[in-house]
Design a protein around this ligand. Structure first.
Ligand code: ADP
Ligand code: MG
Length: 684
């Protein structure tokens, strides 16, 4: 307030008679009202002044910036208008003065009661009290009384002047207050507009607040979900912590185990070192052994060559044509006819199993000149062969004797094994085995014939020879010659007679081949057994078409063995022919007709030609009649000088077959007497 009184000088009091009221008091009393008592908004505005801000009040900081507070205008500005009014008021009397005061009071009451009230109070206080203490003049003292009245008048006049000056002052104050009031009104308007702005700001702030609240809600929701997540994660964390705990304990266990393992490892390493040393020693020894093996292998190969030579010498010494006689046992149905199992007309006198003796016991008519009529004296016929197998001999024993020839075929020689004899003498049994035998399943059967056994030997020996560097290629065919016509036994449809098979030369050489014939390259033993089974089936089909077909045809199983030694560079090529000849029984041509006659002629011719060929070979004849029959033509290369021939002469134990047996043994003896020139190993 002191600043205010300095900026706005108080107007001087008028030169009016002093009526007891100090002229300087009124202005000092009529000070601008305290702003905070006029309008509460001022307080707020004032408080926004720089330097006046209460930094502790949080609301002030966010409020918008407002104009500085407006204080009451300086008194100098309205002073001019105020003086004019004061002068005009001089003419007013005391009565108007009071009314003016009442008007001023009324105005001031609107803004603030304090100023006018104080003026009124001062006026009342300045009126001198009546001279009540003066002694009342006697009625006669008119002069005295007039003097009193004049004094009173003067006092009243003085009072009146003071009041007038007071009134002027008051008017000035009123004018001032009005100016102040209008300014305050403007100020109020200003404040109101500010307030409105502030309200707008407030609204915006409220809106912003709502948005913030919405955001807050969203944030709270998010926070809740995050809290949930946090809870879940905490649970997971707890689970993981427990897992970690378990793992930690497990790790401890593993650590202990690891330590133990390390100890074991160290021991093992030590052992390993020792073993390494041992291995080195062993490797050195192994190296020595390998060298020795190498030397031995070389020696073995040389030995193999020697063996082959020696083996061949032995075979040649044994004869390149050998004849084995085999007498089959009596069959169960034949035992009924003969009371004992013993065969009375056949004897085996030689302990070395080289002789067989036929004895004519009964009255059997023979076309023999030595036998005259009916006689009770047994006539004996002795025959000697390379080997004689009695009825008790089994397949294995028989094969043992021919296995050396199978070996010869692997060594590169051509080998031919025949089974000769009358029908029912046991040729097919010897070559293949009993009819009921399954050639693919019963491979361990003691009844297995020479063909499956030869195949087994070839494959087992081939494996042995592989170690010595030999590799073999094997191909085989299976055919039959019936009525001088070749039939392929490895075809899928045996009834197809349209395919013709001719025997032809390969180029200009001596090697033969059969046209349109199925030749199978065999890699496994099992495959050969399948082929044998198939051939047997095809023969059976042919047999149903023609009675006794199988016994009226020659069957030839051939396996060609081409060897190659990758180490020594040697090669060899041998063939093994296993021939089941047609029944050798002589049928009287006169009794036969048509096909049967043709069959008989062909069989007789081919078997006789076989004998002739062997004979011619032994006699080293210029012409060997190979081409006189399909059989000898086919086997040309396996019957010549560089081949080995074995003939089984199969004999029936039945006495009724005596004559046929005798014929067979005589034919076989003729063959056995032949000596074919030294066999030569066939080198490619
Ligand atoms: P072939 O072929 O000469 O006509 P088989 O081989 O068919 O004669 O033999 C005739 C019968 O005699 C067949 O039932 C056969 O099983 C049987 N047989 C032949 N030789 C023997 C033998 N050594 N042991 C047992 N049975 C045999
Ligand atoms: Mg047969």
């Amino acid at each position: 307030m002191s600043e205010h009184s300095n900026d706005k000088p108080v107007p001087k009091p008028l030169a009016t008679p002093n009526i007891g009221i100090p002229s300087t008091r009124i202005p000092s009393k009529i000070k601008p009202p305290k702003m905070n008592s006029l309008h509460p908004a001022v307080v707020h505005i004032q408080s926004k002044e720089p330097g006046n801000q209460d930094e502790n009040a949080p609301s002030q900081a966010k409020r918008p910036k407002m104009d500085p507070p407006r204080y009451p205008p300086p008194l100098s500005k309205p002073a001019g208008t105020g003086l004019k009014r004061a002068h005009s008021a001089l003419s007013l009397n005391v009565s108007t003065c009071s009314s003016t005061i009442s008007v001023a009071r009324g105005r001031s009451e609107k803004k603030g009661p304090s100023v006018v009230n104080r003026v009124t109070t001062n006026v009342k206080a300045s009126v001198p009290p009546a001279k009540s203490k003066k002694t009342k003049r006697p009625a006669w003292d008119l002069k005295g009384r007039i003097q009193d009245i004049e004094e009173q008048f003067l006092v009243s006049r003085k009072t009146n002047d003071e009041l007038i000056s007071q009134l002027k002052l008051n008017e000035e104050r009123i004018a001032l207050l009005e100016g102040l009031n209008s300014e305050l009104s403007q100020d109020v308007q200003c404040k109101e507009s500010k307030t409105q702005e502030a309200n707008e700001v407030l609204e915006q702030l409220q809106k912003s607040l709502r948005e913030k609240e919405e955001k807050l809600t969203t944030v709270r929701t998010r926070k809740e979900s995050l809290e949930n997540q946090v809870n879940t994660l905490q649970q997971e964390c707890t689970g993981l912590q427990s897992t970690i705990g378990q793992l930690t304990s497990a790790q401890a266990g593993l650590q202990a185990h690891l330590e133990a393992t390390k100890v074991i490892l160290q021991q093992a390493q030590a052992e390993n070192e020792a073993q390494k040393k041992m291995i080195q020693e062993l490797q050195a020894k192994l190296y020595d052994k390998e060298n020795k093996i190498c030397v031995l292998e070389t020696r073995t190969r040389q030995d193999e060559q020697t063996r082959r030579k020696l083996h061949n010498i032995i075979q040649e010494l044994k004869g390149n044509i050998r004849v084995f006689c085999r007498v089959r046992p009596l069959l169960p149905n034949e035992l009924d006819e003969i009371p004992e199992e013993h065969i009375p007309h056949i004897a085996f006198p030689d302990p070395d199993n080289r002789e067989v003796q036929l004895m004519r016991l009964s009255d059997i008519s023979l076309n023999e000149s030595s036998v005259v009529g009916k006689t009770k004296t047994p006539v004996k016929y002795d025959f000697t062969f390379d080997r004689v197998f009695c009825p008790l001999s089994n397949q294995s024993e028989v094969f043992d004797e021919i296995s050396q020839l199978v070996q010869s075929s692997l060594d590169g020689y051509n080998v031919c094994i025949f089974a000769y004899g009358q029908t029912g003498s046991g040729k097919t049994y010897t070559m293949e085995g009993p009819e009921e035998l399954d050639l693919t399943l019963d491979l361990d059967s003691p009844c297995l014939g020479m063909i499956p056994r030869a195949v087994q030997q070839i494959f087992s020996t081939e494996q042995e020879l592989q170690k010595k560097g030999w590799q073999y290629k094997m191909d085989s065919y299976f055919l039959e010659i019936y009525n001088e016509v070749i039939h392929d036994l490895l075809v899928d449809s045996p009834s197809d007679n349209s395919v013709k098979h001719e025997i032809k030369m390969v180029g200009k050489g001596s090697e033969l081949y059969v046209t349109n014939l199925t030749t199978v390259i065999v890699k496994t033993e099992k495959r050969i057994h399948q082929l044998l089974k198939k051939a047997r089936k095809n023969r059976a089909v042919a047999a149903t078409k023609c009675n006794q077909h199988s016994s009226r045809s020659h069957s030839v199983f051939r396996i060609k063995l081409s060897g190659n030694n990758s180490i020594t560079g040697e090669t060899c090529e041998g063939t093994l022919n296993l021939v089941d000849l047609a029944g050798s029984e002589r049928l009287k041509d006169s009794g036969s007709e048509g096909q049967r006659l043709e069959e008989t002629k062909n069989i007789n011719r081919s078997l006789a030609n076989l004998g002739n060929v062997i004979m011619a070979l032994s006699q080293k004849a210029d012409h060997i009649p190979y081409r006189n029959s399909k059989l000898t033509h086919l086997l040309m290369n396996s019957l010549g000088g560089n081949s080995k021939v074995l003939m089984f002469v199969n004999v029936s134990p039945k006495e009724e077959h005596f004559n046929e047996t005798l014929n067979s043994l005589r034919f076989a003896t003729k063959v056995n007497q032949c000596q074919i020139g030294t066999a030569h190993k066939k080198v490619k």
